[in-house]
Design a protein around this ligand. Sequence first.
Ligand code: GLY
Length: 283
Amino acid sequence: MKSEIKLVIHGGAGKKSLDPARIRQRKKSIQFILRSGLSLLEDGASAVDVVTQVVQMLEDDPQFNAGKGSKIQKDGKIRMSASVMDGFRLRFAGCINVEGLKNPIQLAKRLLSEKDRVLAGKGASQFARSKKLEFANPFTQEARAKFLKQKSGKTGTVGAVAMDSKGRLAAATSTGGRGYEYPERVSDSATVAGNYANKRCAFSATGIGEEIVEASVCARAAAFIEVGIKIKDASKKILKDASKRGFQFGYIGLSKSGDVVADHTTPSMCWGYISPSKIKIYP
Ligand code: GLY
C-alpha cells in the first residue's frame, strides 16, 4: 500500500523577528525548499534522501544558522554539527564540530553506511576529505557582526522529517551552534535528543542544545509513541515539561499515520509542512 508522502521542515526557533521583510524572505525559502522536497518524494525518493537534500538546501541559505550562515564560537572559529536518522533501518549517523565543510548533513549521510557513525573535529574533516566532500567558507557578514558584539544566541538550527511513499520515516538536523560559545562545545543536533526517527515517528529539535539534551526531546517523544501515546499527546508532555523547567526550544515531528506536530517554548519558530494536497508555513 502507498503511504501519503509528507515533509516537515524547520529553520530554527527563536525570538520574534520584528522585521517583516526578513520573515517574508525566510518564508519564501521555506516554501521553495518544501516544494523541492515534495517533488523528490513524488519521484519516489527515500525519506533519508529527502531530509538530507532539504537540510542541505537550508545549510546553503545564509538566512539560517547551519552551513553557510553558521554562528561563530568564542575563539573565532565556526564548528558545525549535523545528523541523520533512518527510521526504517534504525540507523543514526552524525558529525560534531566539523570545520569548513560546505554541507555537514552530507557528511552525516555518508556516515550512515559506516561502522563508526558519529565523528567529531579533525577525524570528521579527514573522513570528509577522503570521500571528496566539498569544503567552503561558512562565514557571513552577519555572523561576523554578531561575533564582534560577542553575542551568544539562544537558538537557530535547521531540520527536516519526512515520510516517503513506502511509509519510511527519517529525520535530519544541522546547526551552526549557539554563537560565541566555548570552543568545541557540543551541540544537541548530532545526538538522539536533537534528532531521532524510527518506524513510527521522526523528530528534529531546535533551540538551546543543553536543554534539548536535558529534556531528551526527540528520543523521549519517540519513546512515548512506542508505548502507545499519540504524537500530539507526546508533544504536549514534552512541551509541558519544558515550560515547567523554563527551557527554550522547539521541535517538529511526524507520525506514521501522517500527523504533524510543531511546538516551541521560544517566542517563535520558523517551520512548514507539505503533502500533495496541502502546504502550510509558519509564523
Ligand atoms: N540546538 C543547537 C545548539 O544548541 O547547538
